[in-house]
Every structure is written in structure tokens, then in C-alpha cells.
Design a protein around this ligand. Structure first.
Ligand SMILES: *[C@@H]1O[C@H](CO)[C@@H](O)[C@H](O)[C@H]1NC(C)=O
Ligand SMILES: *[C@@H]1O[C@H](CO)[C@@H](O)[C@H](O)[C@H]1NC(C)=O
Ligand SMILES: *[C@@H]1O[C@H](CO)[C@@H](O)[C@H](O)[C@H]1NC(C)=O
Ligand SMILES: *[C@@H]1O[C@H](CO)[C@@H](O)[C@H](O)[C@H]1NC(C)=O
Length: 646
């Protein structure tokens, strides 16, 4: 039933209980202030037409949470190596209690909606009291938020979505509202296609790992073992173990320990590919599969088979499983075949507090379930179905410029909460150097344009509560015993400075030192060079020439997609040792890896750049840099260091 607006005021008088005084509704409508505004329409989208006024919008109002200004300090307390509370991680209940919105916020927002004329039955509270939801027509929302909706169409894909450029809320309500959806936010589902590049090897790789070239000489002139002779041309498990001084892994805490790898449907692994890889490189794993958790109607589909559908999953699982064998890996397969999913969907599934207490998904960024489309998942939404793994590696990302600050911050604080509970969140830093997906850069107003010259950083890598993984390479002609350089083959390590997030405490000295001692030859028109914005990546691992089993053959792949699961495997080894010693998982690792105490556990990368936006990008140099972070780990050194912490 959709009453014309003219009748709403009348309806109000009948429906609203006497406790709500009607005059205040006039006050509300007359004092709207702009709450969020989009700088410009995203790249490739244009206004197509006006939506029907009676179209239903599932309006969701995210309420302001308490204590978010303190989350950074709270996280430092449990994760800084010098903190007396290191490792004293929080229970989900404590997280919920600390950040829940004030009752007053719930009350004010509901009151505002009732005064506007929404019937009680149409207003719902999410179970967590984090979001207020109301089913409203376009016409109603346009009046409520003093805005105008349009249907936008993508010039290439023809995809459509509804959005507005700006919206307003009553001035006295504003402090209680974090963000409202669907409004100015555009839908950018995470895509693995741009984070894993693929090179069909010119030659048949045959049996990779078996040298076809004579052994090289290492710096001390002893011959390089055959299995390590070609690591500059193809990376195998042996290459990684040598590069990062990985000790023999004989885990003792496999029942307690956990390592999650996220994949977004329709991206999926093929069992045959895993076995092809394992039979060559890790025979005891043949026939072994990850522990698959299907989130929001997910399927590990096998209908479509090609690099685009299998590359990311095959890569992540082959290397992750083989490196931590016999530790089981949890595959967080997310989203159904119709809608796919966004980052918040996996957050929901691993963190009950996120959906139950925090307020659920972001309708424009994430698949919303139940999915009304034919073949779509009919629900219920997967919420808090597994405990958060101690490490989660996600090799997907989106340009930071395509998400609003409110939306990015809301998601980022969720990673912070997982850190408080003891989870390490790894994201790949992007494969386009200082540019965004597809090599796109920004204009002076921060909009993605074809010829932009402003750098375009990657999200969630820019969230200060995640650990962003950049990529290195064994330089051509070098061996694993030589220093690596930043990856400059096929892909360039994503790195730079956020346009949304401020520099976190743990990184301030490193960033200031880089900008002072190695000032990049760019102006503030190209990146935020003030030293006050969050910089990334945090650390790095090899991202070039990985041999993977894919669609029945061996191929070479490139990307920060490689680095993230490899680093996740190393942190999983650290956690095994700590759990065996009766200690907590390491959780958020950034304050530790930037500290002087951990300096020796990283190989500083001082060669290579991350080109993009018609520049050479930043240059890897002594100390932290926005190409390879603090460098690559020496795992044999890293484990005892983390073990020495409380
Ligand atoms: C790791 O550290 C050990 C101990 O200092 C050192 O001997 C080794 O060369 C390092 N390995 C790598 C690959 O950096
Ligand atoms: C995936 O497979 C389905 C069913 O065979 C087909 O209709 C669809 O076009 C395929 N998608 C792609 C992108 O190849
Ligand atoms: C970028 O391209 C637009 C449209 O093609 C053009 O109007 C503008 O002048 C260009 N800007 C620069 C800096 O080249
Ligand atoms: C640089 O980043 C800081 C912190 O986010 C912000 O306050 C400042 O306005 C930014 N400077 C520019 C020129 O955008």
C-alpha cells in the first residue's frame, strides 16, 4: 500500500501514538542538513532514468556506535608488543557491549520515522539494534531524506542500480546516524580478476620443480640445489621455504588453530587442480580438501571452468594448504551464483556480533539475502555460523575511491573488532602499483577518470586495522639467496596513501621517516604527502611466477593474491607455536611488525618500484616503504619473537 504523500500527514494523526507530539515533525522537516554527498558518479556509470515513485527501497539506517573513537587505543593495548595487556583479547560479548549504539540513538531515529508517518509494523530493528530498517517507497524516501533517486546504468555491462547524489537528515538526528542505505553508495563487488594476473607459460611447464637449467651459483659460490635453481622463473613451495627461512612445520595445535581463506562465488577451486598440484609438490595432501563453510547460499561451482573462475581459489588453496599441512584450512566460500557477495558477508558469517549486534550488511556493497532473483539464495542469511578463524586471508579488493568514507570506516571498524578478538586480517594490497583496478587513476576531485594523475589506493588495504600484503619477486637472474625486489613482472605491488584513513600510531614513525629521508618526487596533487594519512602495504611476500595447477595444467600466476595466503600461512605457524605454549593467537600484528623489536625478523626490500598513473610510482628503499612495507619475513626469526610475547 502506497499512500500519496499528501495523505501521509493525515495518516500520521491516526497512527502515531499520543506519546509522540506532532509539532516536532515540522521541526524535523524544516532543519535538514546534508549527511553524505558523493563527489561524482563513479567511472562508467551514467544516469539512465527516474525510478518509479512506488518502487520499494529496503531503507537501512546505520546507528552511531559508541566508543569507536577509542577502538584504536583498545586494539593497541592487546596487540602492541610493549603493552602489559598484550594478548589479552576480548570476548565477543565485551566487543558488543563496548560498541553498541546508545538507546537514545535507537529511540530518536525510530521517533523520527514514526513522526514522518511510517507505521510501527514497517519499522524494524536489526537484532543487534545497530540498524533501523524500514520498507519505504522511492517517493517516501525522497521526502524523508530530501533527495532524488535515479537509476544509473553502466556503459559497458548495462548493469543498473539506484542511487542518489546526496541526502539530508534532521539536524538533531544527525549525531545518531552513521549512514543510510541505499543512498549515495555505489555497488562495487570485490573482484579477483584484477588481483590475479595470469600468464600462459610459453613452454610446457612439464614437471615444475625439476630443473631444466643448470644450477646457478649462490653468492658464496656454492651451487644452488636443483629445486631452487629457477625460482626467478617459477616459484614453488621449495622456493618460498628458502626465501623466507621457513622451518620444518610439525604443528601440535591443529585442533585449536585455524586459518581461513575467503573466496567469492562464482570463483571456486577445482578438486582436480588441487590434486594435480599436490601430487607434484605435496603428495600427502592428494585427496585432501579444505573445510568448506558455505556462506549465504554459496556453492563451489564447477559449471564454469577457466582461469577467471578458478585461478584465485586454486592459487590460494594450493599454497595455503601445502604450507601449513597438516593444519586444516577453512574455506570461507561466500555468496550465491546470482548476487555474489561483498566483504561484509564473510564478516557476518565469522562474527556473530557483527550481524547479531552490529547491524548486518550494506545493501549496496553486499549481496542481500534472501535473494529475490530467480535461482538466488532464499536464506536465512549466514550469520555467526563459525567462530572467526585466527587468521583470514582475502585476495580481493576494490578501489578506495569507490566507497564512501562512512561506509569504509564502518567496515574497517569491524576488522578492528575482529583484531580485538584475536584474528589477523590479511588483504592483498592490489596489483596496479599506485593506480587502481584496471590502471585507473583519479582527477583532482578524487574521481576515477581515464587520464587521472592522482594515485588510486586499494581498500580494505587502506583500513588501518587490516594487514596489507604487497608483492616481491626474485629478480631475473637472481637466486633465492639474493635480496628480492618489488614485483615488477606482469603486476606491480599495490601501495600508497589513503584518502580516507588517518595514519595509525603504530605506523607514524615509519611513514614520517620514509617521507623525510626518501621524499617521493610527487606533489600533494598526486597523493596525501602530509604524513598524516594511513599508508600501505604493511609487509610483503613473493608475488611473481607461482606455479599452480589450474584447469588441468600448470600455469604461472602473479599478484599480491599470491602474497596474502603465503603470509597467512606463516602467521598460522606462529599461532600454532603460541597456542602450544598456552598463549593466545597473535591477532592484529601491525603494531608488532612495525616495532624495533621485530626489525630483524624482516628482510628489508630496497629494489624496485610500483609504477602507475604514468609515473614510476614509489621506490622501495631502506626501512618501511609504500611498495613492500617493512619487507618480507624470516619465519625462523618471527616465530620465537612472537612466542616471547605474553
Ligand atoms: C634468517 O635469519 C637467520 C638468522 O639470523 C639467518 O641466518 C638467515 O640467513 C636469514 N634468512 C633469510 C632468508 O633471510
Ligand atoms: C557459465 O556457465 C553457464 C552455463 O553453462 C553459461 O550460461 C554462462 O554463460 C557461463 N558464464 C561465463 C561467464 O562463461
Ligand atoms: C582528461 O580527459 C578529459 C576528457 O577526455 C579532458 O576533458 C581533459 O582535458 C583531460 N585532462 C587532462 C589533464 O589531460
Ligand atoms: C591528508 O590526510 C589527512 C588525514 O587523513 C587529512 O586530515 C588531510 O586533510 C589530508 N590532506 C589532503 C590534502 O587531502
Amino acid at each position: 500500500m502506497h499512500l500519496p504523500l499528501a495523505f501521509l500527514a493525515l495518516g500520521l494523526a491516526i497512527l502515531v501514538p499520543s506519546s509522540f507530539s506532532s509539532p516536532s515533525s515540522t521541526i524535523h522537516t524544516s532543519t535538514h542538513v546534508i549527511h553524505e554527498k558523493r563527489a561524482a558518479d563513479p567511472f562508467g556509470w551514467f544516469i539512465s532514468h527516474k525510478p518509479s515513485v512506488s518502487k520499494i527501497l529496503p531503507l537501512r539506517i546505520g546507528l552511531t556506535q559508541q566508543n569507536l573513537d577509542k577502538i584504536s587505543d583498545m586494539l593497541m593495548a592487546v596487540s602492541h608488543p610493549d603493552s602489559p595487556d598484550y594478548g589479552k583479547q576480548w570476548t565477543p560479548e565485551k566487543v558488543v557491549d563496548t560498541f553498541a549504539p546508545k538507546r537514545e540513538s535507537v529511540h530518536k531515529v525510530v521517533e523520527w520515522l514514526r513522526e514522518f508517518g511510517f507505521e510501527k509494523e514497517k519499522i524494524k530493528m536489526s537484532a543487534n539494534k545497530g540498524w533501523v530498517e524500514v520498507t519505504a517507497t522511492v517517493e517516501e524516501v525522497e521526502e524523508l531524506l530530501k533527495t532524488e533517486y535515479h537509476v544509473y546504468k553502466h556503459s559497458e555491462t548495462g548493469e543498473e542500480q539506484i542511487s542518489c547524489e546526496t541526502y539530508s537528515v534532521p539536524v538533531d538526528i544527525r549525531e545518531h546516524i552513521d549512514l543510510i542505505k541505499p543512498t549515495v553508495h555505489f555497488n562495487h563487488r570485490p573482484s579477483p580478476k584484477s588481483t590475479t594476473k595470469f600468464k600462459r607459460a610459453g613452454v610446457n611447464l612439464g614437471k615444475p620443480g625439476v630443473s631444466t637449467v643448470g644450477p646457478k651459483k649462490s653468492p658464496d659460490a656454492s651451487p644452488v640445489p636443483p629445486s631452487l635453481a629457477n625460482c626467478d622463473k617459477m616459484i614453488t613451495l621449495d622456493c618460498l621455504k628458502a626465501l623466507y627461512n621457513v622451518p620444518e612445520f610439525n604443528p601440535v595445535s591443529t585442533d585449536t588453530n585455524s586459518f581461513g581463506i575467503t573466496e567469492f562465488t562464482p570463483q571456486a577451486f577445482l578438486a582436480g587442480d588441487l590434486d594435480l598440484f599436490f601430487s607434484n609438490f605435496s603428495p600427502s595432501l592428494v585427496g585432501v580438501r579444505p573445510k568448506t563453510v558455505l556462506i549465504d547460499g554459496a556453492v563451489v561451482q564447477t559449471t564454469n571452468q577457466s582461469f577467471d573462475f578458478n585461478g584465485e581459489s586454486d592459487l590460494d588453496l594450493e599454497y595455503g594448504m601445502a604450507l601449513v599441512n597438516p593444519q586444516t584450512i577453512t574455506l570461507l566460500q561466500t555468496g550465491d551464483l546470482v548476487e555474489g557477495a561483498g566483504f561484509d558477508n564473510w564478516l557476518d558469517a565469522v562474527d556473530g556480533s557483527f550481524c547479531t549486534f552490529e547491524g548486518g550488511d550494506d545493501p549496496t556493497q553486499d549481496g542481500i539475502y534472501p535473494d529475490p532473483l530467480p535461482g538466488g539464495f532464499k536464506g536465512p542469511e549466514s550469520c555467526g555460523i563459525i567462530a572467526p578463524p585466527f587468521v583470514v586471508s582475502t585476495s580481493y579488493g576494490q578501489d578506495e575511491s569507490t566507497i564512501t568514507a562512512f561506509s569504509a570506516m564502518r567496515q574497517c571498524t569491524e576488522y578492528g573488532k575482529l583484531g580485538l578478538m584475536g584474528t589477523t586480517i590479511l588483504y592483498s594490497s592490489g596489483d596496479n602499483g599506485v593506480a587502481g583496478n584496471g590502471g585507473v587513476c583519479l582527477n583532482a576531485r578524487g574521481q576515477p577518470v581515464a587520464n587521472g594523475s592522482m594515485f588510486n589506493p586499494d581498500f580494505p588495504a587502506t583500513c588501518p586495522f587490516v594487514t596489507a600484503a604487497g608483492a616481491t619477486q626474485v629478480n631475473p637472474g637472481s637466486t633465492v639467496f639474493d635480496p628480492e625486489g618489488a614485483c615488477e613482472q606482469v603486476i606491480f605491488s599495490g601501495g600508497g596513501f589513503s584518502n580516507i584513513f588517518a595514519v595509525p600510531d603504530y605506523q607514524q614513525t615509519a611513514v614520517a621517516s620514509f617521507l623525510t629521508n626518501h621524499p617521493p618526487p610527487y606533489t600533494s596533487a598526486q597523493f596525501n604527502n602530509s604524513g598524516t594519512s594511513r599508508a600501505f602495504p604493511d609487509l610483503a611476500a613473493n608475488g611473481a611466477n607461482y606455479v599452480i595447477g589450474i584447469d588441468g595444467e600448470f600455469e604461472l600466476v602473479f599478484g599480491t593474491s599470491c602474497s596474502s595466503p603465503v603470509l597467512g600461512s606463516f602467521i598460522t605457524m606462529v599461532n600454532d607455536a603460541r597456542i602450544a605454549a598456552g598463549k593466545s593467537s597473535v591477532g592484529f600484528i601491525n603494531p608488532a611488525i612495525y616495532s624495533d623489536r621485530f626489525k630483524d625478523a624482516f628482510n628489508d626490500i630496497t629494489m624496485g618500484t610500483n609504477q602507475g598513473c604514468n609515473t614510476v610510482g614509489f621506490t622501495a628503499t631502506e626501512g618501511w616503504d609504500p611498495v613492500t612495507g617493512v619487507g618480507t619475513p624470516n619465519v625462523t626469526k618471527l616465530i620465537p619473537l612472537f612466542l616471547s610475547l605474553p
